[in-house]
Ligand binder design. Structure first.
Ligand code: GDP
Length: 456
């Protein structure tokens, strides 16, 4: 599939703003010729691919900048088209002047993600790999980087393609039967078919299940610090973030709004949502806070339940722990103010060895809490090099594939005719094909690439 329109696109490919250098990228049939028409130095049209050349870019007789032009000749470039990367001085003014000149010479501004979209359309890589390019740029932890790299290098795509191949084989046997419809023959042994569907289903299930972890790797763990007003939640958040971002106050319930922030622990990002407390309250502003806290808690993947060793009583703490158990979200029990405990509560809670005792103010035992946070996220799967699905679009398609395959299985179990089976198999093939882009629509592509930045 070759991109039919190979007009020349141009964009700044480095981050906007002032820098030592900036790189402007051009791609398209005419890219080298276009740059050459304003470049004074060697003739770029007679240079080899992957070579860099010093010269000046001139607008008429006016020198705009001294640059280094790197030439990539199709198909040996990121887009598989002719590409020139112009490294100029990193001033927004110079960049603007150069891009304007290229536009006057016939280039047009690239749309968001258009370089990567061309690479995909020209068969450089499949859709899942193209999406991984964006993930790679956005990866801000080691784990996220590793997952994106694996996906970009095609590990995940290969698995999907294999699954699809097996399904195509399956489909072809069923379709063959359909051709002989009148004669009521069965080319495909039904128990073999069931085994195959079973096998495919289990592979898809493993991939789909990996999304829990993949999502954590890519988007972090939404973590709520829950507890009554004045338990010390803001103090803890501050201590963890090491910044004065939450309002700390002696007045109960002053933390009325949500402050989201994150910390990176051993490659996993915990996104903290500081809350206004669990306690029902008369205060209206506070009441909104409490309602929102409950909502937020449902969005959390992890809750740090903080109680106050100095002021709380055991009955209430137990009631809140009970409530959390019913919520079904993993939670860590943290008794705060270990520096000023009230003996009864402390002694009672000490019997439970899953409770941590900290002093947010004195930053005591925070390391234990951090260890506990990391423990709750099981990165082990990932370390073995298994494929981890990190993209929600892929996850959705896997679930759709799973549903279609389950329908095939039900069909096989109830001896439906081949044409019904074929319908469900085609569905499954469709959803798998959309992951790697073997099946695409313009809308799908527009949706994916518009999320990229310009210049990528
Ligand atoms: P929040 O309403 O749960 O966010 O509680 P804050 O973080 O605003 O803390 C309420 C009060 O408890 C403040 O006066 C803090 O200084 C105090 N506090 C927080 N952590 C500790 C601690 O570990 N020990 C003691 N003694 N006081 C603390």
């Amino acid at each position: 599939m070759k991109n039919p329109v190979s007009d020349t696109i141009v964009a700044l490919s480095t981050a906007p703003g002032v820098g030592a250098i900036a790189v402007i990228r051009l791609s398209g049939d005419d890219a080298i010729n276009l740059v050459n028409s304003v470049f004074h130095g060697k003739n770029l049209l007679s240079q080899q691919s992957h070579t860099a050349h010093f010269g000046t870019i001139r607008d008429g007789s006016k020198i705009l900048d001294e640059v280094l032009a790197t030439v990539f000749i199709a198909p040996h470039s990121f887009t598989k088209e002719n590409v020139v990367e112009v490294s100029c001085h990193g001033s927004p003014f110079i960049v603007q002047q150069l891009i304007k000149l290229f536009l006057r010479r016939g280039a047009r501004l690239a749309k968001a993600g258009e370089f990567t979209q061309r690479a995909f359309l020209n068969g450089k890589f499949d859709l899942a790999q193209a999406e991984a390019v964006a993930d790679l740029i956005n990866a801000d932890t080691e784990a996220a980087h590793k997952a994106a790299m694996n996906q970009m290098r095609g590990g995940f795509s290969e698995q999907i393609k294999q699954l699809r191949q097996e399904l195509i084989h399956f489909a072809s046997m069923i379709e063959l039967e359909l051709d002989f419809g009148e004669e009521d023959v069965e080319f495909a042994d039904r128990s073999d078919l069931k085994n195959l569907v079973d096998k495919l289903l289990s592979v898809i299930k493993i991939l789909a299940n990996s999304f829990d972890l993949g999502n954590v790797i890519k988007n972090g763990v939404p973590t709520v610090i829950a507890g009554k007003p004045n338990a010390g939640k803001s103090t803890l958040l501050n201590a963890l973030l090491n910044e004065e971002k939450a309002i700390v106050s002696d007045v109960a319930g002053t933390t009325r709004d949500f402050i989201e922030d994150e910390i990176n622990l051993e490659g996993v990002v915990f996104r903290f949502i500081d809350t206004a407390g669990l306690r029902d309250t008369e205060d209206k502003v506070e009441a909104i806070g409490v309602e929102r806290t409950r909502e937020k808690m449902k969005q959390a993947s992890l809750i740090i339940y903080m109680f106050d060793l100095k002021n709380d009583n055991i009955v209430e703490v137990n009631r809140e722990i009970n409530m959390l158990e019913n919520l079904g979200i993993p939670f860590i029990k943290v008794g705060n103010k270990v520096d000023e405990v009230q003996a009864e509560l402390y002694e009672a809670m000490k019997k439970d060895d899953t409770t941590l005792f900290i002093s947010a103010v004195n930053k005591e035992n925070l390391e234990l809490l951090k260890e506990k946070l990391v423990e709750t996220v099981n990165l082990d799967n990932f370390k073995t090099g298994d494929t981890v699905v990190t993209n929600i679009r892929h996850y959705d398609n896997l679930i759709q594939t799973q549903n279609a395959l389950q329908a095939v299985m039900e069909g096989l179990n109830s001896d439906v005719t081949g044409d019904f089976l074929a319908m469900d198999i085609r569905q499954a093939l469709h959803y798998l094909g959309e992951i790697t882009g073997e099946i695409t629509t313009d809308d799908l592509l527009a949706n994916i690439f518009s999320k990229f930045c310009i210049g990528k």
